[in-house]
Design a protein around this ligand. Structure first.
Ligand SMILES: [Ca+2]
Length: 61
């Protein structure tokens, strides 16, 4: 059986529909795959990475 693989960059971009649309109740780690806070802006983002805009490092996203 083939195992799915991912190549490339799966980080979210500004304007992504995945930003702020995750389920905070499903979060199992305090950090994303980059080691950043898993919940930024009050609601987790969908996917393995939390969107982090350095301009809004104070919590807005
Ligand atoms: Ca977020």
């Amino acid at each position: 059986m083939a195992v799915p693989t991912i190549t490339g960059n799966a980080r979210l971009l500004l304007g992504s529909a995945a930003i702020g649309t995750g389920d905070n109740g499903a979060v199992q780690n305090n950090q994303d795959l980059d080691g950043n806070d898993r919940i930024d802006g009050g609601t987790v983002d969908m996917g393995a990475y939390e969107y982090n805009d350095l301009i809004f490092a104070n919590g807005f996203d």
